[in-house]
Design a protein around this ligand. Sequence first.
Ligand SMILES: CC[C@H](C(=O)O)C(=O)SCCNC(=O)CCNC(=O)[C@H](O)C(C)(C)COP(=O)(O)OP(=O)(O)OC[C@H]1O[C@@H](n2cnc3c(N)ncnc32)[C@H](O)[C@@H]1OP(=O)(O)O
Ligand SMILES: [Co+2]
Length: 134
Amino acid sequence: MIGRLNHVAIAVPDLGAATAIYRDRLGATVSAPLDLPEHGVTTVFVELPNTKIELITPLGDASPIASFLARSPEGGVHHLCFEVADIDAAAERMKADGARVLGDGRPRIGAHGKPVLFLHPKDFAGTLVELEEA
Ligand SMILES: CC[C@H](C(=O)O)C(=O)SCCNC(=O)CCNC(=O)[C@H](O)C(C)(C)COP(=O)(O)OP(=O)(O)OC[C@H]1O[C@@H](n2cnc3c(N)ncnc32)[C@H](O)[C@@H]1OP(=O)(O)O
Ligand SMILES: [Co+2]
């Protein structure tokens, strides 16, 4: 069912510092910061030839990544995002298989303007999984 690795997300406490590491130290192309208040994060995308890195930092008081950063104050790998052809079919397949689709269980529009959903890390070998419709 899953296709390309769309992005690897890294939660960071200081988005400017993390962006500088990828841009200046590693020589990557990085986007401007984008606030996503409906998702409680600010993102910067690092463009790579075969995938992207999504740097995320909390935005607002109820960010879903606040607990993660409280546990790992220096940041770390937060989720993997895989592309799927049909997000509604993927959601139904996950639920039928007993996997927990986070939030209200329905896809929402993500950072790329496409529908996404999140799957509980305890159901995926300890890794938070995001699915994005290709
Ligand atoms: C959509 C915009 C953008 C895009 O790409 O388009 C994004 O990617 S935005 C990304 C931010 N949004 C989300 O992460 C939404 C989904 N996430 C959640 O709903 C929460 O983060 C959740 C439920 C995965 C975890 O929430 P929280 O940390 O507050 O819960 P707990 O503290 O109760 O943790 C429960 C349990 O899970 C472990 N955990 C938590 N986060 C992760 C993680 N990222 N990777 C692996 N494991 C994780 C945590 O350690 C707890 O384990 P335990 O053994 O019970 O201690
Ligand atoms: Co993501």
